[in-house]
Write a protein that binds this ligand. Structure first.
Ligand SMILES: CC(C)(COP(=O)(O)OP(=O)(O)OC[C@H]1O[C@@H](n2cnc3c(N)ncnc32)[C@H](O)[C@@H]1OP(=O)(O)O)[C@@H](O)C(=O)NCCC(=O)NCCS
Ligand SMILES: [Zn+2]
Length: 343
């Protein structure tokens, strides 16, 4: 059983990556010593490896994605060979899994992690070319098929695919969001206006966020700036301190710049509490996961690990922002204080 973990491939491991490339691609398509060393030296942050960490063995590289930047969205031969540092398109040259470990969803997990790392970052999109049989592999990861590519490289035809790193939101724009944007635009000249901030940026800490009764003074939002879906209106939840629980999947951590790490249980955390009993109608927008087992002491009734549902942004799927617990008094919702935005 493979336990994949992800890390950038350092210069010392370029040789190992090349070995995997040579084993996985036909000889007329594989990169060379020079192209690999070049890509790693000019764009090290775009060279992501997937490692096997099972059996506590030494971490072993079993696959990678390597790319350079291009100023053009569409892939021509030029963008396949030169790194353009001002480019806004991540141009993937290779997605590769060691033949021994193929068809175990490692390539899919690696691609997903790559996309996650660059979503809402500085680049506009990810482009690549692939043979016909792999189109479905990329489409399943969210890429759109652009069409047949003009690139000739090796003997088989290539198809161009693109993933847009910013366009996730407009697909799911709601009437509410449109009204919000219009309201925001008409408010723009009114100063001062509190910006959307994460709790951790509030100088006064949690006390600035809650009133005398402990209720949330501000509206709760999705912390992803381009999304900003409203989660909960003012005065709907009470600030509570409780022990942390492990809601993150350690093999697929959420974007930690948006969703800070939770401390190891039973370290305390601050979270907004709704209920028990609580009704899902209290939320403006929220997504629920299926029921999962998680580690960490129970609050009610006290005990060990428990089953919870995770709470995510209904608009952009960012999460977990919190979780749902079933206790003796009914359902309780918890939203981690620094995993939501405020306005
Ligand atoms: C392409 C590659 C990265 C996929 O990695 P992987 O870990 O084997 O892929 P996954 O297990 O995540 O595949 C998920 C799904 O994608 C599709 N898929 C993956 N590889 C495929 C292949 N070679 N042919 C057809 N479909 C494929 C299948 O639908 C697969 O699901 P299934 O196994 O249940 O049928 C890997 O096969 C590889 O390194 N190939 C050689 C290098 C290469 O051609 N890279 C792509 C350059 S564009
Ligand atoms: Zn969101």
């Amino acid at each position: 059983m493979i336990l994949p973990s992800f890390a950038l491939v350092p210069a010392e491991q370029v040789q190992e990556a090349l070995k995997i490339e040579t084993a996985a691609y036909p000889p007329d398509e594989a990169g060379t010593q020079e192209t690999f060393a070049y890509r790693q030296s000019v764009a090290p942050s775009l060279f992501l490896g997937v490692y096997d960490q099972s059996d506590n063995k030494e971490k072993k590289l079993i696959g990678f994605i390597c790319s350079t930047l291009s100023k053009s969205e569409s892939l021509a031969h030029e963008s396949m060979t030169t790194h353009e540092p001002e480019g806004k398109t991540i141009c993937i040259h290779s997605v590769c899994v060691d033949p021994e470990h193929q068809r175990q969803k490692i390539g899919s997990a690696l691609l997903k992690e790559y996309i996650r790392q660059w979503t809402d970052g500085p680049y506009d999109g990810i482009s690549l070319i692939a043979h016909e049989e792999l189109i479905k592999f990329y489409v399943a990861a969210g890429f759109k098929l652009i069409g047949k590519s003009e690139v000739v490289h090796g003997s088989k035809p290539w198809f161009e695919l693109r993933y847009s790193l910013h366009s996730r939101i407009p697909d799911t724009v709601t009437q509410r969001r449109i009204l919000e944007v219009l309201r925001e635009q008409s408010n723009q000249s009114e100063l001062p206006r509190p910006g959307k901030k994460l709790a951790s940026y509030f100088q006064g800490g949690a006390s600035e966020l809650s009133d005398e009764q402990g209720l949330n003074k501000l509206r709760l939002y999705c912390p992803r700036i381009p999304c900003r879906s409203v989660i909960l209106l003012e005065k709907s939840a009470t600030l509570g301190k409780r022990s942390s629980i492990m809601i993150d999947n350690p093999h697929n951590l959420p974007p930690l710049d948006l969703l800070p790490h939770l401390p190891t249980p039973p370290e305390p955390i601050s979270a907004w509490k709704i209920g028990p009993p609580a009704n899902p109608m209290i939320f403006e927008n929220i997504g629920f996961s299926k029921t999962l087992p998680v580690d960490g002491p129970r609050d009610d009734p006290p005990g060990g690990s428990r089953l919870v549902k995770l709470l995510t942004c209904a608009e952009c799927d960012l999460g977990p922002l919190g979780w749902v617990e079933e206790g003796s008094g009914g359902t309780t919702y918890w939203l981690v204080i620094n995993r939501v935005g405020y306005m």
